[in-house]
Design a protein around this ligand. Structure first.
Ligand code: MG
Length: 402
């Protein structure tokens, strides 16, 4: 038998948690599956994936790192540094790892250098149920700040603990709500500040001191408001405060970090090792959270984790993917020393686990994913479940079924 060769790339748009794009890369009669997230049809990521097929046809799918660099460098003049192009490349790269593992009959974590651990710890994002990125943080999901929502967070947090999770995350930003003065201005009003602190306080009080609690601000606020809030929540001993300021200016984030004892986490809106480099150099974070379905893929995620490890910074990836992207992220978490906890964003979505048949049985048990010896990512796509949750907008083919 000669070397395997890539013959075809296919996509399907689904709503798993939010809008995801599934990617199949074929070599002979075997395929690998990957996921691009976020991938709203308007982003055009499916078309970028299909266009990238030209750079893959005839290549050996086991040469994953070479093919990643080929796709990235081919697009260096058209956005190969960040954004939709990198998200498209991430899903393909994930599919290549799955395919490479299947062809060599080894799990992906072995191809990444082997496992420090096979039981991967998750935290439950308690703001589950968000389907549209556009509808995210409009008050529909977390409840209107100051009026409702705190009890919902407490209830979901308790549900997570009952299911075996020992770490949770909640959102405190509601910039379209009645307490925020101006959507385009990142200043937190006094009543808004109090309501945000009250929400964090209510959850901490409800879950007790032994559960780790992270708080997300989605990069919406200015420096003085962020510092004031970060200091106000210091008594709640947060796991981290996530993205207080927008992702473009890492000096501003570093200034927030320097002015509070609350640990800072960021990285879900940063792409590739090159853009993570200044995050570490500027000492802007205590935790780093690349998203492997977006930042470049598994090997890029691993490189970022290795860079963080040199700074003694823990690696805690962002993740809002279906089980495909989530299990793929778990393989990276297995293969790096500084992994701390991986995000899971679907606690109130019973259909989430149905997208795959997992070699380990249940995808999540007691707040963990246990990786197996099965080849590739160790999962099979449940295509009927994916079809049932197909994203109808944008006319994206459901694989080759049209
Ligand atoms: Mg976040």
């Amino acid at each position: 038998m000669g070397s395997p060769k890539i013959i075809h790339v296919e996509t399907a748009a689904i709503r798993a948690v939010g809008p995801s794009l599934l990617v199949k890369v074929w070599a002979g009669d075997e395929y690998g599956i990957g996921e691009c997230y976020p991938s709203a049809p308007a982003s055009g990521i499916h078309q970028i994936v299909l266009n990238l097929e030209d750079q893959l046809i005839g290549e050996d799918p086991r040469d994953v790192e070479k093919l990643y660099e080929k796709m990235r460098r081919w697009n260096i003049f058209t956005g190969g540094q960040a954004g939709a192009v990198l998200t498209a490349i991430s899903g393909i790269e994930m599919a290549l790892w799955d395919l490479a593992g299947k062809l060599q009959n080894v799990p992906v974590y072995r191809l990444l250098g082997g496992a420090f651990r096979k039981k991967i710890r998750l935290y439950a994002d308690c703001n589950a149920g968000t389907v549209d990125a556009a509808a995210h943080h409009t008050g529909e999901d977390g409840g209107i700040l100051g009026e409702e929502g705190d009890e919902q967070y407490v209830a979901v947090a308790k549900e997570a603990i009952a299911r075996g999770f020992d770490a949770i995350k909640l959102d405190v930003d509601d910039v379209t709500g009645p307490l925020h003065r101006d959507f385009f201005n990142g200043a937190i009003s006094p009543r808004e500040h109090d309501a945000m602190v009250a929400r964090a306080a209510a959850v901490r009080k409800a879950v007790g001191d032994e559960i780790e609690v992270a708080v997300d601000m989605h990069g919406r606020f200015d420096v003085p408001s962020s510092i004031r809030f970060a200091r106000a929540v210091e008594p709640f001993n947060l796991l981290w405060l996530e993205e207080p300021t927008p992702p473009e200016n890492l000096d501003a984030l570093a200034e927030v970090r320097r002015n509070t004892n609350t640990p800072i986490c960021a990285g879900e809106n940063i792409y590739t090792r090159f853009d993570f480099k200044p995050l570490f150099e500027k000492r802007a974070v205590d935790y780093v959270m690349p998203d492997v379905a977006k930042c470049g893929g598994l090997s890029e995620g691993k490189r970022i984790a290795n860079m963080a490890e040199m700074e003694y910074i823990p690696f805690s990836p962002h993740n809002v993917s279906s089980p495909i992207g989530t299990i793929a992220a778990a393989h990276v978490c297995a293969a790096v020393s500084n992994f701390t906890v991986l995000e899971w964003h679907a606690i109130d979505m019973p259909h989430w686990a149905e997208f795959v048949r997992y070699s380990g049985g249940e995808v999540i048990t007691d707040g963990h994913i246990e990786l197996t010896e099965a080849p590739g990512l160790g999962l099979e796509l449940n295509e009927e479940a994916a079809l049932e949750h197909r994203h109808e907008k944008g006319g994206i083919p459901f694989f080759d079924r049209a």
